[in-house]
Design a protein around this ligand. Structure first.
Ligand code: ADP
Length: 154
């Protein structure tokens, strides 16, 4: 059984994130969406709410679970029995950033990272833009998974 971890801040979870998880299920039997908790990073939504959003999105998919973690992603991946890290790639900037981390992770632990290229319609979407829209009272529903459109409010 192949189990992957999909780590991120998910502040908040977007249709881009959802798409990577759903496509990841064609490759992996189980995916753990892991919300990284970083005391130095100020988030718009609390860890609990970010977890609640993701659990709601995948309520009908028992192959997807949600966890929180602190510290190194590879340490947590090993702890919960994940052989792979799943990440999305939007741009060449994403690639350059992710490349070094993935190579170091593999060197340290043997855990490989699997990258899925974003679908064209999701390439411009990121959580920062969604937060800006919400902060200014705009309608971000186009960028939020259908099940949490009414839930993600600022
Ligand atoms: P991080 O802070 O670790 O980058 P994010 O929550 O921003 O966390 O993203 C988590 C993962 O989701 C990353 O692999 C990122 O590349 C991917 N991702 C973010 N936005 C999109 C998108 N619009 N389409 C596909 N993948 C995305």
């Amino acid at each position: 059984m192949k189990r992957a971890i999909f780590p991120g801040s998910f502040d908040p979870f977007t249709v881009g994130h959802e798409s990577i998880v759903l496509r990841g299920l064609d490759i992996f039997d189980e995916i753990v969406v892991a919300v990284g908790v970083n005391a130095d990073k100020r988030c718009m939504f609390s860890t609990e709410r970010r977890v609640e959003f993701i659990e709601t999105v995948f309520a009908d998919r028992p192959q997807v679970s949600v966890s929180t973690y602190e510290g190194l992603t590879v340490d947590f991946a090993k702890e919960i029995g994940c052989s792979h890290i799943l990440r999305g790639l939007r741009t060449s900037a994403d690639f350059e950033f992710e490349r070094a981390i993935a190579q170091v992770n593999r060197q340290m632990t043997g855990i490989d990272t699997v990258f899925l290229l974003t679908t064209p319609e999701h390439t411009p979407i990121n959580s920062t833009i969604v937060r800006d829209i919400l902060r200014h009272g705009g309608d971000a529903s186009l960028f939020l998974p259908q099940r949490i459109r009414g839930l993600v409010r600022w």
